[in-house]
Ligand binder design. Sequence first.
Ligand code: PLP
Length: 437
Amino acid sequence: MQIYSDNQRRLANIIEKDATRSNWTDWKWHVRNSIKSIDGVERLLGIHFSDKEREALRRTTEKFPMAITPYYLSLIDAKDYRNDPVFMQAFPSIDELRIENHDMIDPLHEDEDSPVPGLTHRYPDRVLLHVSNTCAMYCRHCTRKRKVGDRDSIPSREDLRQGIEYIRRTPQVRDVLLSGGDPFMLSDEMLDWLLTEIGSIEHVEVVRIGTRTPVVLPYRITDELVEMLKKHHPLWINTHFNHPAEITASSKQALAKLADAGIPLGNQSVLLAGVNDCPRLIKVLNHKLVRNRVRPYYLYQCDLSEGLTHFRTPIGKGIEILESLRGHTSGFSIPTYVVDAPGGGGKIPLMPNYIISWTANKVVLRNYEGVITTYHEPAHYEPTYCDRECKTCNLQLREADAEEKAIGIESLLADWDDTLSLTPEENERMGRRIDAA
Ligand SMILES: *Cc1c(COP(=O)(O)O)cnc(C)c1O
């Protein structure tokens, strides 16, 4: 598909009489003309819903608003729209109002694990900063559905200062993720300011931006934006393609601009029932991504947020997909499959089991073909005793001594930590111990 196809020209002219190609490739035109009503979609796609359906859709959009960029809408095949992967990601489903028992408003506890407004500090060395409350297109499968359209605004510098100040006074933060909403909904000037502020913090080693604009609004990736971003290396970008149909001439051009600016690109997909829950489809998607210099990073199990039940697959589907990738295709075409732990536990990686059994000197493993093999453990391995004194260690790291505190399971493995077991709070057996009181 070329940039500004006949279909896109047709849509542009329905939206605005005498719209031109330069309107179409102007990202602000798309934001201005984003489609927010059921009528609008009907008119542009030439489709019609029954009165009953419209009423149910109206109730759905009251709770979870809709916004679709003309560009993203132009990718929909109107003849088979109900099965169209772009339509399903962009257009509300009446199933969104179905709330199941285990659904939650904020399953990842992003709002709870938040020391200052708009910042989530979950892992030891990195934080997530919500720098925008809005997106070009509202994904129907958004994990932050609770916030969509809520405060549909661009935060001011004052709003962002609290997050920046938190990072400045928290020296363990070496990696800052800008998320939102979509950070690329901010102006170039605002982003430049933000990246300059964060870049001036000495302990911040890397900044990442999560954006779906290459997928839903590729014209946002302008030469000016890229010139500005280049000044802020090391900068990484993760985008969010879910289906091969999203990789178009326009999105390829956006990705090429970013990659040419030396920005390492990753992709985070979400596994969605009826959209991409197919091993072959995910493989084709990942092949297309790597051809466009994008490394598949994560494949997410759909979160337990309210309004997503109809998108959820069993975890088994994800395992099956991973089984179909490892060994069958390039290692760098394989994302890590993760479940983001309900309750804020962070991402948990999942994959098929490759260890079959174990003895004192051998491990029995299987490969992707089902070949079962044995790996002989070394007979003379001498572990280096770790006292965390890296300066004098024979491995010559030559860094300042490491902290003595270990977290979680790591503490059970560590030489320098004598934690014997991890016990859940309020363990009944512990409560029965004589010295418990
Ligand atoms: C996903 C996520 C990160 C980053 O995790 P990585 O595995 O480093 O990509 C950081 N903070 C929060 C709250 C997250 O959800």
